[in-house]
Design a protein around this ligand. Structure first.
Ligand code: E4P
Length: 232
């Protein structure tokens, strides 16, 4: 089973570059990444991206906080393209589970990416809301957990086990922090991992042996010492 690599980015030029690359199977964005890309108008910016990324799956997130507004945004976003996964946060800012939103959209056959997932309980609740014929990604935020000293692996293991009977559910390793996370996601048989461009570049260079790593490490220190003309 292949663990697909998605690029976690909203910058138009970067998407243009990675859309041509075979290693990248799709893209994820979020409102913060779209802001970081300098977008002034959410819809126009997404449409600009979609002119380039026409086939590979791409997630665009709702940014409303009330369930009814989320639904209305989700229906609009879904109409922008066939390759879109509408991203819905698992809870809103009040901590309320967005089950009704997920259920309605899934029943309509809208492809979803349920985001900001941190617990097995959330995975369980999401799975109960899904139309088994409709495609859904569940994004578990590994890096943000690890940043707080928590191990994401057991949460993935259980979530992957729970979703095993629903072939239209894909578990996504989100919030990637280092290249080794790809190895972890592959070992777990995660369907997808999304990562920033700099980590994709590192993965393209996987496979260097320890001997040449030790040599390039030692050489790096030597070169820097010479550049700084260190003497003792
Ligand atoms: C996933 O779809 C998110 O956009 C992303 O992975 C969040 O990562 P971060 O924790 O680096 O913001």
């Amino acid at each position: 089973m292949k663990t697909k690599i998605f690029c976690d980015i909203a910058d138009f030029k970067v998407i243009k570059h990675y859309n041509k690359k075979k290693i990248v199977d799709g893209f994820t964005t979020n409102p913060s990444l779209i802001r970081l890309a300098g977008a002034k108008n959410y819809k126009n910016y997404c449409l600009k991206i979609l002119k380039i990324c026409k086939k590979k799956p791409i997630s665009f997130e709702v940014f409303a906080d009330k369930p009814e507004d989320m639904l209305s945004q989700a229906y609009k976003i879904n109409k922008w393209g066939k390759n879109i996964y509408v991203k819905i946060p698992v809870v809103n800012s009040k901590g309320i589970f967005m089950g009704k939103v997920i259920k309605e959209l899934s029943m309509q056959g809208i492809k979803l990416n349920i985001t900001a997932v941190y617990t097995v309980d959330q995975t369980k609740k999401i799975l109960k809301c899904l139309n088994k014929k409709s495609r859904t990604i569940i994004s578990i935020f590994a890096g943000r957990m690890a940043d707080k000293g928590k191990d994401p692996v057991p949460i993935f293991k259980k979530s992957i086990f729970l979703s095993r009977r629903n072939k239209n559910v894909e578990i996504l390793w989100a919030s990637t922090r280092e290249a080794y996370n790809y190895t972890q996601a592959k070992n777990l048989k995660c369907n997808i991992i999304t990562m920033p461009p700099k980590i994709i570049n590192k993965i393209e260079n996987f496979g260097q042996d320890f001997r040449s790593m030790t040599l390039s490490t030692v050489n790096g220190f030597l070169v820097d010492s010479k550049k700084s003309k260190f003497s003792l």
